[in-house]
Design a protein around this ligand. Sequence first.
Ligand code: K2U
Ligand code: ZN
Length: 175
Amino acid sequence: MAIREIIILPDKQLRLVSKPVEKVTTEIRKLADDMFETMYDAPGIGLAAIQVAEPLRLITMDLAKKDENGETKPKPRVFINPEIISASEELSVYEEGCLSIPEYYEEVERPARVRIRFTDLDGKVHEEDADGLFATCIQHEIDHLNGVLFVDYLSKLKRDRVMKKFMKAAKRAAG
Ligand code: K2U
Ligand code: ZN
């Protein structure tokens, strides 16, 4: 396993539309392992392959909650070629962050419940209903696979402000 670099706004790769995973190969399994190690290290609760510069429709997620002893039993999940097949009209608001847009949080409104179809690492196709944080996170990650970032849902004023902030930081880092 390896911790990979997470690409940061304004990296243009974040705007790519990722390609479907054709076959669950050893390389795909290795990438998923690296994504879990990278996600836990960040720390984050979800990660899309494009965030480690791999334009493939692959997501890792772990929404494990702390138990009464403050311990968490990891609940790692892999979503290959995920699709949203239906979404509720009811919306919910969640203060979102993004590992590719560090230390920036804003409220985003999304469908409260979604039904998803995806393939697992064994190549088995599943359909599953998501609500709560799972619904928010899977929509955030599937957006990544389509080159969409949560800042795209903000007002132009807020979006322009955050883009300018990260452009300036990138220019400073380039020296
Ligand atoms: O895609 C990512 O950058 C991973 C996000 C996933 C996420 C975004 C918004 C709402 C839920 C999940 C990171 O995990 S951001 C860090 C984080 C951690 C806990 C709760 C919310 C966000
Ligand atoms: Zn993100």
